[in-house]
Design a protein around this ligand. Structure first.
Ligand code: AMP
Ligand code: ZN
Ligand code: FE
Ligand code: FE
Length: 283
């Protein structure tokens, strides 16, 4: 039947395993296919695809884009994107430039709070990939300013915290359009983070997203309750879009979860990958 995980992070963003390590780990765990979905970057995909080819594990190229949304945190997954697409690359490079500006502001804030932290320390923690708040958190821990990354988020980096700086985000319709233009399948990630919407509001918003080209909902996700799973599943079935799922595995950067585990013993099968591939061919 095959068993899959459509949401994992590598060192290209804020995961702790390199793309090759991640692919080998997935194989060890008995997975048959994984989608690489780093935040706002596709840099990890090429290495993962090569390693997948080498050891016999299907790697689905992907990305997870942070989107502007008044109802809470919205992330959009793009599966099966063409990683050579020029328009996609340009837009992701733009996001990288915006992140670089934001990172220097975060660093200034931390210095302003009395910390002796240099950008080179943060670069070292990130190991060559994109820099984000989790890397600042680890650097804060290394500097001895907090005991854990979680504490660094709570005291400094969380939204509204003294070192928090907002990041540029595309609008939902722009991000969906970007995924579609690069031949990918846009999927709403972990809808529970759209916390500002009641069930009726969520349905209305999803209908709007479908109008812009959304093709699926990440129904199975470690943080979803059974009730949330049932209601997201209902919405996906009612509006005839894909039901997907994934672990959001980040290695040691997000303790507790493991690759391939999205809810109890729930396992999505390779037939979903086939369905997505057919859908992609019609985009
Ligand atoms: P960034 O894209 O730089 O804003 O970083 C976002 C990442 O930070 C998320 O993917 C989470 O892994 C992590 N994160 C965000 N908020 C928290 C929090 N309150 N505690 C721990 N990690 C967090
Ligand atoms: Zn992350
Ligand atoms: Fe996410
Ligand atoms: Fe994620």
């Amino acid at each position: 039947m095959g068993y899959i995980d459509l949401h994992v992070h590598t060192t290209a963003s804020d995961g702790t395993l390199t793309p090759s390590e991640l692919v080998r780990y997935a194989k060890e765990k008995g997975l048959n296919a994984i989608a690489i979905t780093d935040h706002d970057t596709i840099e990890g995909n090429m290495e993962a695809l090569k390693e997948g080819d080498r050891i016999g594990l299907e790697v689905i190229p992907g990305v997870e884009i942070s989107v502007e949304c008044p109802y809470g945190t919205m992330h959009l997954l793009g599966h099966f994107i063409d990683i050579d697409n020029g328009f996609l690359k340009e837009n992701l490079e733009f996001l990288q430039r915006m992140r670089a500006e934001r990172n220097s502001k975060i660093l200034d804030r931390l210095k302003g709070l009395g910390m002796t932290i240099e950008y080179s320390d943060v670069l070292q923690v990130a190991g060559g990939g994109q820099i984000g708040r989790p890397h600042f958190a680890q650097t804060i821990v290394r500097g001895g300013y907090t005991k854990t990354s979680q504490e660094a988020f709570e005291r400094f980096l969380k939204k509204g915290g003294p070192a928090y700086v907002d990041k540029f985000r595309f609008k939902p319709e722009e991000a969906i359009g970007l995924i579609l233009k690069s031949k990918g399948i846009p999927v709403l990630a972990h809808p529970f983070t759209l916390a500002g919407l009641d069930p009726g509001g969520l349905e209305e918003f999803i209908v709007q997203l479908i109008g812009w080209g959304l093709k699926g909902i990440e129904v199975y996700y470690p943080d979803h309750t059974d009730e949330q799973i049932a209601s997201y599943r209902y919405l996906a079935e009612k509006h005839r879009i894909l039901i997907t799922g994934g672990s959001d595995y980040h290695g040691n950067n997000k303790p507790g979860g493991d690759i391939g585990v999205y809810k109890g013993n729930m396992e999505l099968s390779l037939s979903l990958v086939e369905e997505m591939r057919r859908l992609r061919d019609n985009i």
